[in-house]
Design a protein around this ligand. Structure first.
Ligand SMILES: *[C@@H]1O[C@H](CO)[C@@H](O)[C@H](O)[C@H]1NC(C)=O
Ligand SMILES: *[C@@H]1O[C@H](CO)[C@@H](O)[C@H](O)[C@H]1NC(C)=O
Ligand SMILES: *[C@@H]1O[C@H](CO)[C@@H](O)[C@H](O)[C@H]1NC(C)=O
Ligand SMILES: *[C@@H]1O[C@H](CO)[C@@H](O)[C@H](O)[C@H]1NC(C)=O
Ligand SMILES: *[C@@H]1O[C@H](CO)[C@@H](O)[C@H](O)[C@H]1NC(C)=O
Ligand SMILES: [Zn+2]
Length: 932
């Protein structure tokens, strides 16, 4: 119900503003003058000294200042406050629950006055992935281990870097000064203003004191001061101190000075980013119709990085695999990923950085928008890739999966504990968010949408906004153009999508006599729902009727939010009794559609006819996805779903084929350790055998010539499936290729395996090979200089079937300084869990070593949630789930930050278990029937 949803959200928000974990707001920061001296030296334990001068404005008379601080030592004697009157600090208190530091004064600060608060602090940096942390790499020329300092402050880790008002609302300007050894270079959000040999913190810390810790002379150090920033939230502050180099992008691509930074050995992998970055930036300036406000943009590849990338204003940090691209070692898919991530982060420079959400509940505004906008920019930079279609399908299909759980959450999510903020950086915020943004562009039209976004960006520049502020701008412009049904605002429509959990299933029943049909909407669940609340949505209907399939797309209609959902709504259409009707043409919004049996028959016949392309690509994607999902939840029989899917033998487009295969992968997942797996393999072999040959099989020649992403993806996907399904020759070819590589002289230079097929070939080679093959792959992994190549090998190592090797590999994921980097540990564990043999080893490992895993993943606890999700998705029996539940009760403290994920994981396991008991027999019979 729209009403309830809206009310509930509003109530929570109100509560939030006076909640105990939030800053009181009686003083607000205007400017930070932040200074550091860093010693990047393991021998002196990476010690640092800092001081921050915060210019404060008093909103409400108070005798105490509350701000955030965590993980460093504050020199309490040194705290002072300056203003028109003198105050003494009479005590400070730190509360670690919410990382709050309270400074008590001997008098009341005067409303509307400014004061400068000075706080000295010091400590040691640690290897980690958030706050200000140490990252390492090996210089390939000298074989020396090198260190660098990097930052990751989103969501709530700026407080680990310096004392600050660490909530997105408190925007302020920054002047940052960094003292460092002369061998290093410092960069930050803004350009360098001046470099000096004079200590910038001499007023606070004498060099004697510093030298005691650093054990180096003052003359070794440089002090770099960066220009004053624009007003921004704490989570966007960034700096890096390293021995990296940079390339500057060609000046003609952008008026902004654009540089790509990486370790020296990786400089030859920066070319693609140095072109793509400025192209995307210039395009966004045009698209948003707002210029990029800073004089420069740096992008840097950090060897240890928790997320994919971080949109710090003017200094975007990346994982190496997301920024660097090597012609000879990275695949086409790596290149696609680099373009997407660059575009995503650059979109944030406007949406997120210029205008920021008020509180993390509206994180989806940031992430959904950037995810959507990435497809717009990639479409411009790489027009042959059809990024708009492929991202839209990708995002929507994963939303439809996750959001069908009862334990899902609304995109606009109340957050009552800052520890749980990291949990909502999930698919719902990113992918459902972007799906909803795209939906708006489709029902409003691009022109109206962009105009409203432009108004929004201008109105809230350097400020914060909530989703209602965005709805207001969109409603205003849409009213000028009269695009919406009378009386309905963008807010009316969008609230049904952003404040309610889940999405609808439409049940369409045609009346074959009079070209009409009725539609009923209900919330869609992957398990029969326990909750009986009726909800409904404003659903944009894009309906394609067979007679219109070659002509102009029909106009959009609306299915009303009936505040209860059960009412039938009647529509007319253009199809005769022997012609099909297809809903959600172009996948305009996240919903599923079920039809009466006759319309399913008509659609299936259309797909099985030689002219299946009359049903547009996105329509084929939607149909396949819906049919399998509905069959999975017993809304449709498997005969219909599998019959419809059988046309895939002839499908030439990647998107529908991969959609069908992904749907089948769900069945594979629950059958892969049962005696029925053989029947499943046989069915899929029949489905993809020919396509695999047509796409090029394991042949290198074909793929080297391929220019278009569609055909590369066809070959990559079909060959991975072909080997797994034991299509004759596939594994043999892969093993041959791997053996050739093992026999090659200087294998680090010469790799005979076609680039895009390497992941598949490596996995077969390691999986079918001996310990020798594993050691060979490990050695290549350790010498690799291209992160994408290293990543492919790291994952391939999980394909071995040697139990003891898997056990050792798992051990490495929690061992500091081992072969597995912190940033990769989660992915390695997840991959071992998914593998048929590894599952058993990994399950024991998770159960028995959760304390060690928890400690190793400090600061990225949501990875534990991810691992639990993958683990429980493998469950097919009640006893597996029961074991988990009793284990969970005993280990609750390790799962505190992953509550939501654990709930979702349990529901998913339950879904699998139900499926096995209800559907396994019937499905296996059908698979057999269709493969003969
Ligand atoms: C810290 O704050 C929390 C929440 O306000 C409170 O429950 C707790 O008692 C405080 N702890 C200390 C040591 O003051
Ligand atoms: C406080 O500082 C801001 C920023 O420098 C300035 O614009 C404002 O006038 C100051 N207010 C007072 C009362 O001094
Ligand atoms: C190094 O720093 C860590 C982290 O602050 C600290 O626990 C440790 O005692 C320090 N070791 C030395 C030798 O100073
Ligand atoms: C861009 O913004 C300016 C206002 O700054 C406006 O005059 C102009 O029409 C806008 N351009 C487009 C294409 O909307
Ligand atoms: C629609 O507008 C009419 C007249 O302006 C008004 O009486 C009616 O209450 C509105 N309906 C809704 C659902 O807002
Ligand atoms: Zn983002």
């Amino acid at each position: 119900m729209r009403w309830l949803g809206t009310l509930a959200a509003a109530t929570v928000l109100q509560l939030a503003w006076c909640a105990e974990y939030l800053l009181p707001g009686s003083v607000v920061p205007l400017h930070y003058d932040l200074k550091y001296a860093f010693d990047i030296d393991p021998n002196t334990n990476f010690s640092f000294y800092g001081v921050v001068n915060i210019l404060l404005n008093v909103k409400k008379q108070t005798s105490k200042i509350v701000l955030h601080a965590k993980d460093f030592t504050v020199s309490e004697d040194g705290i002072s406050i300056m203003g028109s009157q003198l105050y003494k600090v009479v005590g400070t208190k730190i509360n670690d629950t919410y990382n709050l530091m309270t400074i008590n004064l001997d008098g009341q600060l005067v409303e509307a006055e400014n004061y400068t608060l000075t706080i000295p602090f010091y400590g040691h940096l640690k290897p980690g992935l958030d706050g200000v942390y140490i990252s390492t790499y090996v210089n390939k020329q000298t074989s020396e281990k090198e260190y660098l300092i990097a930052t990751q402050f989103e969501a709530i880790s700026a407080r680990k870097g310096f004392p600050c008002f660490d909530e997105p609302m408190y925007k302020a300007t920054y002047t940052i000064t960094i003292g460092h050894h002369k061998d290093f270079t410092a960069i930050s959000n803004m350009p360098l203003e001046r470099a000096s040999e004079e200590s910038a913190i001499a007023d606070t810390w004498s060099w004697n004191e510093i030298e005691n810790a650093f054990k180096k002379p003052k003359s070794d150090f440089m002090w770099d001061t960066f220009e004053k920033s624009v007003p921004m939230s704490t989570y966007l502050v960034a700096f890096v101190v390293s021995k990296f180099s940079y390339v500057q992008s060609p000046a003609e691509l952008s008026t902004t000075k654009f540089r790509i930074w990486a370790r020296n050995d990786a400089m030859d992998q920066t070319a693609y980013a140095s072109i793509t970055g400025p192209k995307a930036l210039s395009y966004f300036e045009e698209w948003f119709n707002v210029s990029y406000p800073l004089p420069k943009q740096d992008m840097i590849a950090i060897p240890d990085f928790a997320a994919g990338a971080m949109e710090n204003w003017g200094l975007i940090t990346y994982r190496e695999t997301e920024l660097l691209y090597d012609e000879k070692q990275s695949s086409f898919l790596n290149k696609e990923r680099v373009a997407e991530v660059i575009a995503h982060e650059l979109a944030h420079q406007w949406f997120g950085n210029i205008v920021t959400m008020k509180w993390w509940s509206d994180l989806w505004l940031n992430e959904g928008f950037a995810t959507f906008a990435a497809s717009v920019a990639v479409n411009h930079v790489e027009p042959t890739w059809s990024a708009d279609k492929s991202y839209a399908a990708d995002n929507m299909l994963s939303v439809l999966n996750l959001d069908a759980l009862e334990s899902s959450h609304p995109v606009s999510v109340p957050i009552d504990d800052p520890k749980r903020i990291s949990e909502i950086f999930d698919e719902i915020s990113y992918r459902k968010g972007s799906t909803l943004i795209r939906m708006m562009t489709m029902f409003l039209g691009n022109e109206i949408f962009r105009k409203a976004i432009n108004n929004y960006l201008r109105k809230y520049s350097y400020n914060n906004a909530a989703q209602d502020d965005l709805w207001r701008e969109l409603t205003a412009v849409s009213e000028q153009y009269g695009v919406l049904p009378r009386n309905v605002s963008v807010k009316d429509i969008m609230d049904t999508w952003t404040t309610q959990t889940g999405y609808p299933i439409l049940t369409v029943n045609r009346d074959y006599e009079d070209k009409s049909l009725t539609i009923q909407q209900r919330r869609y669940f992957s398990l029969s729902a326990k909750s009986s609340t009726r909800v409904s949505w404003w659903v944009p209907l894009s309906v394609l009727c067979e007679p219109e399939a070659r002509g102009k797309a029909p106009a959009l209609q609306w299915l009303a939010d009936t505040e209860g959902g059960e009412t039938l709504q009647r529509f007319t259409h253009a199809s005769d009794r022997d012609q099909w009707v297809l809903f959600n043409h172009d996948m305009i919004a996240p919903y599923r559609v079920n039809y009466d049996p006759r319309n399913w028959q008509l659609l299936t016949a259309a797909l099985k006819s030689p002219d299946y392309s009359h049903v547009p690509v996105m329509g084929r994607v939607q149909l396949l996805s819906d049919a399998f999902a509905l069959a999975w939840t017993n809304h449709l029989d498997y005969n219909t779903a599998l019959n419809l899917a059988s046309y895939l033998q002839r499908e030439k487009e990647y998107l529908p084929l991969s959609t069908g295969l992904k749907a089948l992968a769900k069945i594979e997942n629950v059958l892969k350790r049962t005696p029925d797996y053989g029947a499943f393999q046989k069915f899929v072999r029949k489905l993809i055998g020919e396509t695999y040959e047509r796409a090029g099989g394991m042949a290198a020649k074909k793929i080297l010539n391929a220019k278009d992403l569609n055909s590369v993806k066809m070959q990559v996907t079909t060959s991975a499936w072909a080997c797994r399904m034991k299509v004759p020759g596939c594994e043999e070819n892969a093993m041959q290729l791997f053996q050739q590589w093992m026999d090659t002289e200087n294998p680090d230079e010469n790799n005979p395996i076609p680039l895009d097929l390497r992941r598949t070939v490596y996995c077969v080679g390691v999986g079918r090979g001996s310990v020798l093959a594993w050691r060979f792959a490990l050695a290549r992994e350790q010498r690799a200089n291209v992160a994408a190549a290293r990543d492919a090998l790291l994952q391939a190592l999980t394909c071995t079937r040697e139990i003891w090797i898997l056990a050792q590999y798992l051990e490495w994921t929690i061992t500091e300084g081992s072969e597995v980097r912190r940033q990769d540990a989660g992915a390695v564990i997840a991959n071992i869990i998914r593998s048929p043999v590894g599952y058993y080893v990994a399950k024991d490992f998770v159960y028995e070593r959760i304390d060690d895993i928890y400690n190793a993943f400090k600061g990225q606890a949501r990875r534990i949630g991810h691992i639990i999700k993958i683990l429980l998705d493998q469950f097919t029996t009640q006893s597996e789930l029961d074991n988990f539940l009793s284990w969970r009760d005993k280990n609750a403290k390790y799962l505190a930050e992953s509550k939501l994920s654990v709930e979702q994981a349990i529901e998913k396991a339950q879904v699998n278990i139900n499926w096995i008991s209800k559907n396994r027999r019937a499905v296996v019979d059908k698979l057999r029937e269709f493969s003969t």
